[in-house]
Design a protein around this ligand. Sequence first.
Ligand code: NCD
Length: 359
Amino acid sequence: MKHLIDPMDLTKQETDEIISLAQDIIAHRERYQGSMSHRKLATLFYEPSTRTRLSFTSAMMELGGNVLGFSDAKNASVSKGETVQDTVRVVGCFAEVIAMRHYIEGAQLYASEVSRVPIINAGDGSHSHPTQTLTDLLTIKRELGHIDGITIGFCGDLKFGRTVHSLIKALSRYENINVILIAPDELKLPGYIKHDVCELTGIPFREVSIMEEVMPELDVLYMTRVQKERFLDEDEFDRVKDSFVLDAARMALAKEKMAVLHPLPRVNEILTEVDDDPRAAYFRQVENGKFVREALIVKLHEWKDDPAHGMPETDEPIYNPEYRCANPKCICNNEHAPYKFRRTPAGKIRCWYCDSKIK
Ligand code: NCD
C-alpha cells in the first residue's frame, strides 16, 4: 500500500502524475466534485497547523468527502498514553486515509508500519513535509512553466525547516537543478541532506551568507521562517531570528521572472511591502496546496490496492544492540519503536525513522 511519508516514497513519475492531476483539477474542478463521496479523511494533528490541516480538510470537502480527527493532541487518547501505532490502528477503522502531523520525527513512518489505510505525513518535527513539497513543485511549475533547469535559493532556517529538506530531495530527480543555500552558520542544512542527497545525486549546491550576492541568479527564492519551537536554547534563537529579511530593495536585484515561495506562516522574514510584487507567489502557493492535496487523495485511493504502486524497495534494516539513535526527538527515543538503522550509499549508518546519526 502506498503511504506518503517521505517525498521519495513517490517515484518521479508518480510525483509528476499528481502535479498534472492537480493542474487538471484546477482547470476542471467540477469533474472531481463527488469523486470521494462517502469516503473519510482523518486529520490527526499533534502539532499546531493552519494551512496544512485546513487545506487537507478543504481538499477532501471539494472532492465530496468527509473529514474527522483532532487538531490538538490534548483532546486525543495520546494524553492517556496511547502510542501512534495504536491510534492509527483505531482511526483506520473510521477513515480511508489519514493525514498526520507530529512533533516527533519518524512518528508517521512508525505509524505506517501497522496502518491498514494510507498515511500521509503532514510534517514530522524538523524532518520532512512531503505534501508541502508537492505544493512547492506545483507552484514552481505554474509560476515558471517548468521545474527542470531552475536555480533555487533556500533562505533562512535550513537546519530545522522540514519543507526545505523535502523539497531538495524531490528536486534531486529533476534535470539541471542548481541549489544555493543562504543561511547563517547556526542554521545550515543538515549533513544528511547535503551529503546523502546533494552530493550523491550530483545536484550542484553552494553555501553563502549574503543574500544580495545571489539574488540576480535566482529563478526561485524559497524563504523560510526561523523555527523558534525547535530551538533548545532561547539565546541562540535570539541571535539568528532576524538573519534574513526580504524587502523591496532586495527584490529590485532579482530577475524580472522570479518566484518568491514561502511555506508560511511568515514572521518578519518577508516585509509586507513585497506582497504586491507580481513575483510574490506565496499566497498563490497556499491555494496550490489545496489542489495538490486533492490530487494526492485521489491518487492514493486509486493506487491503494495496485501492486504497481507500492512503497519503494529498501534494504533490510540493521538491528545492532549497540546502536542508539542520537536524536532525542526521534520516535525510537519516545515510544517503543525499535532501534532500527540503514546504511546509506556512502556507507554511513542512519536512523531508519529520522535519518540521524547513531550514538
Ligand atoms: C511549514 C511547516 O509546518 O513546516 N508550514 C506549512 O506547513 N505550510 C513551515 C513553518 O512552519 O515554518
